[in-house]
Design a binder for this molecule. Structure first.
Ligand code: PLP
Length: 408
């Protein structure tokens, strides 16, 4: 079988390309003709299946080592389909650091449908076990992000899946920040893998898409039913845009990780930075990541500025980084989670988890690292000037004296 990078470029065989076109065709048809009433075509209606979408679905199943893939109109549509597999009254244990939109879907949508969610610190296996066990009625599922948004906590898929399976829970992981290039969670025991393909997989900030991969046939059948009946499918042109993005995933991520590490090192030396969250920082990082089954730290990092520095001033002065939500694309983006990507989470809950008002998230692109660092440097200098002005006489501002990397 072809190796990973070859799978990225070629995907599965194209079965219906009589022209020799090197790219799979985009079938812009919502319906397909029957030869006769008794002779149905391979695809009949594009919500149920479309060859362009199926090409991508086959490719993500191959890359994630699953039995079947599903493409959705967004990452949240994929999460919706996965959570719709459960019944009112079912208990689902959820990592306490997740994307704000997922939090909102859970609490402003699925709560009303009678699913019962329990948030837990997935860095603490004993707490996860206690929550899964419950008061005699074990949870039906465990849901978490492999690398969390925006705190970059590394979740140990193998260890968590092992605990969940002891209680018969389905393990659903959001692998958006990691991608199959850095980890294939199904190999480590997960049952369903989800992606916001909007991010690294498509990679160019030009498409909104979601993917799900089932690790066994029973879950695949249920997910297919959810996809077809909820109907949030990915259209053919967008399916092809994700396929094209996938072809360069490894090249982009190699560069993004290299840049992210350099930016993290720069931030770690900056006296106006209180802590840096990037699991690829430090000499022992590679070993620590490998112990949790990860082959890299990805291209996203976050950091906190010291008290007294206004993070908005830094963000508003960036010129190469664009001030925007999303991540995983070729261009670098910066944002303030408490206002932009995690505002749905009540402040007191955000603070408990560690998503403070001073936390800035950077999604690193493939530019020259020097330009990214110089951009941050000039924004820090401007915010530093304000810092010095406001600090004169005040003692609530405190530049960091020594290096305090916040790594888990
Ligand atoms: N999961 C994670 C980790 C995300 O960061 C996001 C979006 O930022 C989503 C899911 C939702 O994906 P989408 O915006 O494609 O619906």
């Amino acid at each position: 079988m072809a190796r990973f990078n070859t799978q990225l470029v070629h995907g599965a065989n194209v079965e219906d390309n009589a022209t020799g076109a090197v790219n799979p065709p985009i079938y812009n048809s919502s319906t397909f003709a029957f030869a006769s009433v008794d002779d149905a075509p391979r695809w009949d209606y594009a919500r149920s299946g479309n060859p362009t979408r199926e090409f991508l679905e086959g490719q993500i199943a191959q890359l994630e080592h699953g039995v079947r893939g599903f493409a959705f109109a967004s990452g949240l549509a994929a999460i919706h389909a996965a959570l719709s597999l459960f019944e009112p009254g079912d208990r689902i244990v959820v990592g306490n650091n997740i994307y704000g939109g997922t939090y909102s879907q859970i609490h402003e949508y699925f709560d009303r449908w009678g699913l019962r969610f329990e948030a837990v610190d997935t860095q603490d296996p004993a707490k996860v076990e206690e929550a899964l066990q419950g008061d005699g009625v074990p949870a039906k599922a465990l849901y978490f992000e492999t690398l969390t948004n925006p705190l970059l906590q590394v979740n140990d898929v193998h260890a968590l899946a092992e605990i969940a399976h002891r209680y018969g829970a389905v393990v659903i992981v959001d692998n958006t920040f990691v991608t199959p290039y850095l980890q294939q969670p199904l190999d480590l025991g997960a049952d369903v893998v989800l992606h916001s393909a909007t991010k690294y997989l498509a990679g160019h900030s030009d498409v909104v898409a979601g993917l799900a991969v089932a690790g066994n046939d029973e879950l695949a059948q249920r997910l297919y039913f959810a996809q077809n009946r909820l109907g949030g499918v990915l259209p053919p042109a967008e399916s092809d845009a994700v396929r094209r993005g996938l072809q360069t995933l490894a090249l982009r991520l190699d560069r993004q990780q290299d840049n992210a590490r350099r930016v993290a090192e720069f931030l770690d030396e900056n006296p106006l930075v209180a802590s840096v969250r990037y699991p690829g920082l430090g000499d022992a990082a590679e070993q620590r990541l490998l112990e949790k089954g990860l082959h890299g730290a990805g291209g996203v990092l976050s950091f906190e500025v010291v008290p007294g520095v206004n993070p908005s001033v830094i963000l508003n002065h960036l010129q190469v980084f664009r001030l925007a939500v999303s991540l995983g694309a070729v261009e670098s983006l910066a944002e303030l989670p408490c206002r932009m990507t995690h505002f749905e989470i009540p402040r007191e809950e955000r603070l408990k988890v560690g998503i403070t008002d001073e936390l800035i998230r950077l999604a690193i692109g493939i530019e020259d690292a020097e330009d990214l660092i110089e951009d941050l440097q000039q924004a820090f200098e401007l915010s530093g000037e304000q810092f010095v002005q406001s600090a004169s006489g005040a003692d609530e501002v405190s530049p960091r004296q020594s290096r305090t990397p916040a790594l888990q």
